[in-house]
Write a protein that binds this ligand. Sequence first.
Ligand code: PLP
Length: 492
Amino acid sequence: MRADAHSGPLGDLPPEEFSRHAESLARWIASYLRDGERYPVLAQTSPGALVAALPAQAPTAAEPLAEILADLDRVVMPAVTHWNHPGFLAYFANTASVPGILAELVTAALNQVGILWRTSPALVEMEQVTTGWLRDAMALPSDWFGMITDTASVSTLQALAAAREMDPSLEIRHRGMAGRPELPRLRLYCSMQAHSSVDKAAITLGIGAENVVRIATDAECRLRPELLQSAIGADRAAGFRPLAVIATVGTTSTTSVDPVPAIAAICRREGLWLHVDAAYGGAMALLPEARHLFAGVEGADSLVMNPHKWLFTPMDCSVLWTRHPAVLKRTFSLTPAYLETQEQDVALSLSDYSFQLGRRFRALKLWFVMRAFGTEGLAARIRQHCTLAQTFAEWVRATPTWEVLAPVPMSVVCFRHRPTDMTDEAALERHNAGILERVNASGRVFLSHTKLGARYVLRVAVGNLRTQEAHLAEAWRLLGEAAAAQSVPVCR
Ligand code: PLP
């Protein structure tokens, strides 16, 4: 090995050094998973603090791994919000489970780059197997083609790009959309409660944010199909070109479920692509008793579900299925000469089906997780989270001056504190935002909020593998204390 004057032998660090540090790192991770509650769940830091704690320039000389690892505790941990903490009840809680973490280690070591089948047969075929396993466990149509992306935002973007390619006569892939007066403006439809990733997809695809038509919802936050039907009719009359509908099974704010059978019937009649966003709610399909929530999804053209949300798989892992793999391929396939191979007609290359060329070996962690828990084990854990959410909702309902603001079909409770003399929405918002701030400042739990119309709403989302009833009880106690403190007038 050639020696370098400044940094010692060239090449990688020796494998023996990996073993030594991996062993101590494994102990560090095990202790983190066992005693994660010793950290405040929400990072108690301020913007810029981590930047200030680090040198402005990269080190010119090599630093010992031991020193780098020591800085995890000194520099990184104070700036970490602990998604693995059992008191994490914000947004959609998730978990980096033990099998998922182990798989990530292997993924980094193998460093697969899934450009073509030959650059990683394991990646391509494992992705087919795991997305097929998950599809079948969720009782989705057995002929759907699955692939893994990094996020639901990208899955939805790709699904809507395929929807745009469904009608090749639009010639958008080749000619684009700008400067074409003959091209009607394309329209997407979703409910007022659909995720903002739909708008971002419209922006990215050049459809334009104003061409996302937000349909009003009923009292339970579900898209109203009769309004969808009339919006499509009005748009056609005005010369727009309706393209796709995005229905949500498990909306971000309340986990409401759009009436997919009625929406699918409209899409069939109107010739529109139906994309189902089940990024969070999809996990519920593993429960046979919850399958009614998925009625009608067999009529969809594509569906996204995120194992990195409620299936205990570390970031990032989102699964997109479609019944039209040929359309997805037509949308994205582009093979420069240097990527041509002898086997390209018989072997699957996932870069043909997605925007990105290279891809991580994400299927490995899904494989580890599905095997380590089994589909029944996964279902049992999801079921337990739903029960915990129902328990929390009961506590809220049973307490005067607190109210539950939406049905609880999954594991999220929307609620607020409503003192008897407080009726003004702005005052209620200030009051509940104050409660949230106090509760989160405790470092014991982390909750988030949303808005339902004019109402400011607190949310408890159960989804972390380590969350038990005691953690919800702690949250409930802290909420009660914060509400009492918030109601005491401040003397000046
Ligand atoms: N769809 C729904 C219903 C969501 O709740 C979210 C995020 O919470 C997304 C899509 C976007 O997810 P991602 O962060 O994977 O892009």
